[in-house]
Design a protein around this ligand. Structure first.
Ligand code: CTP
Ligand code: MG
Length: 231
């Protein structure tokens, strides 16, 4: 069976979806929790599959749910499903290993950012296609940020004009991400961090409010509201 979307696309998207969702509270793995009646992963994959540059989607699923995830996604889009790892980075590495020959751009996208619009996928991919080695979507930081000591006493105020909140999808020239994973040591929560360690320049593009990561129950409620008000 072929797991290809647009055969002329140049982008493979890796979707780490193997996390437990501890911060969301007790229940199924986060990617399988329901948002407006459908699992978060279904929302995420449907939006990725709607991005015209996407050739292949590889999902790293919770080990016990690989077959269930294959069946869940079969009607949504042709995807490759592999077992994820104990850490996010291991899940990304497992998905990267399953990318077929062809795509020259690899995006890494959290299943938990279920409402990310296809336009953001395209804008990250376009920046890599335009010659950047690594591209991340970012938003300005809106809150005042304080640095504190171990006793929660303020040490100082950080200049927020130079700070950015980072989202996914993060995009890479395929060879750059492969080299960074081959050399990877400590587990990081963000893939751009791996390539930064290799001395690769990472560029920013404007992110999207809809690419918020669903982490806590409040985020799920917010996402429900966003979906309802988008109709
Ligand atoms: N992820 C993964 N493999 C892991 C851990 C995380 O594929 N071993 C994925 C999650 O499924 C999620 C993304 O990485 O799509 C971002 O992680 P996070 O938001 O922290 O999700 P969880 O780890 O599931 O949540 P928590 O940390 O609250 O348990
Ligand atoms: Mg986590």
């Amino acid at each position: 069976m072929t797991a290809q979307l647009n055969p002329r696309g140049d982008v493979a998207v890796l979707v780490p979806a193997a996390g437990a969702g501890v911060r969301l509270g007790p229940g199924r793995p986060k990617a399988l929790r329901l948002l407006a009646g459908e699992p978060l992963l279904v929302h995420a994959v449907r939006r990725l599959a709607a991005a015209p540059s996407v050739h292949t989607i590889v999902v790293a699923a919770p080990t016990a749910e690989v077959q269930a995830v294959r069946e869940l996604l079969a009607p949504v889009a042709p995807v490759i499903v592999v077992p994820g790892g104990a850490e996010r980075q291991a899940s990304v590495a497992a998905a990267l290993a399953a990318v077929p020959a062809g795509p020259t751009i690899v995006l890494v996208h959290d299943a938990a950012r279920a409402l990310t619009p296809p336009e953001l996928v395209e804008s990250v991919a376009a920046a890599v296609r335009g010659g950047r080695d690594a591209v991340i979507p970012v938003l300005p930081v809106v809150d005042t940020i304080k640095e504190v000591d171990a006793g929660e006493v303020v040490l100082g105020t950080v200049d927020r004009s130079a700070l950015r909140a980072v989202q996914t999808p993060q995009g890479f020239r395929r060879s750059v991400l492969s080299a960074a994973h081959a050399a990877a040591g400590d587990s990081l929560t963000d893939d751009a961090g791996l390539v930064e360690k290799q001395g690769v320049a990472v560029s920013c593009v404007p992110g999207s409010e809809y690419a918020v990561k669903i982490t806590r129950p409040f985020d799920l409620a917010l996402a429900e509201h966003l979906l309802a008000s988008a109709d």
